[in-house]
Design a protein. Sequence first.
Length: 380
Amino acid sequence: MKKFFTSESVTEGHPDKVCDQISDAILDEILKKDPDARCAVECCAAFDRIMLMGEVTANADVDYEAIARGIIKKIGYTDPESTFSYDTCKIINAIHGQSPDIAQGVNGVDYDDIGAGDQGMMFGYACSETENLMPLPITLAHEIAHRLASARRHGDIPYLRPDGKTQVTVEYDGKRAARIDTVVLSTQHAEGIPQERIHEDMKKLILSEIPSNMLDDRTKYFINPTGNFVIGGPEGDSGLTGRKIIVDTYGGRCPHGGGAFSGKDATKVDRSAAYMARYICKNLVAAGICTEIELQVAYAIGVARPVSVYVDTFGTGRLHDDTIADIICREFDLRPGAIIDTLGLKRPIFLQTAVYGHFGKPDLPWEQTDRAEGLRKYLP
């Protein structure tokens, strides 16, 4: 049976991603000075200004405004004639201390004393569809978006500007990815560039990132489908930290509990448990226990152990789903303190996750498959 699945990505200049990067850059700078800091920093971008908000409790002196301006400059908003530029935009700082009501539930020494920073459910996912065990649609959408940004940064296509979006629709024959049905790409560009030139250049860029055997004469391309895209970034649309949670995860292939990632230290299970769930799923697929798996874990605020663990292998498991759930509980410690230690989440490693996805990048600790060999003992 033929079916279609679509995922999207955005470039680092997208207003939501501007905010995510500022939030995670602040988190990383705080963690450099105080690995035990509590941080939940969010950002709002609108027209000519940035607002920083949230809670920080840390033994660290950090220049929030300088960090924000540095990220905006790095992204590429440097035109002094533009409404939104790193050196002229207004920055409002409303960051304050963490609520003691939350702190009392997450501050502790022993794993059983370090409770979850909030209630909620988190999901992990892995499948054998790509080498990095991610779904193909989100993988290709990220690769095209990253290539678009790279072409701008390196001057390969000089008229490109920082904002942009990509979208890829894959046609499936059963569970097998058969072909690319549709690619959508919208890119901010300089004034006065003919759309015909943009279409030609962007088509070449797309073709450089998608395997030729996945394309055919029925593949559709929509490039800047509304025409001009000169005004972009926060000048064209407001941005918020955490508003691209599906772009950040599995492109919609897996459910999402609703909690964002960027700007949060690892006591916030919205982030750390989602990373741990990906780590578990990836190792189970790498071990050959299944070829596709979705894992849900859920927590109560201030309580260390999860209140539930749920597994669905979509009929691909070599063991029953309930058995796999039991293996997960036996082999992996899902208490927040243990997750932090297992994945080394007190380190300043988070800015690299703030654009082009939190999953599928080989150097991240939750992407390692170091537990796969040990899990193979459970195979029949």
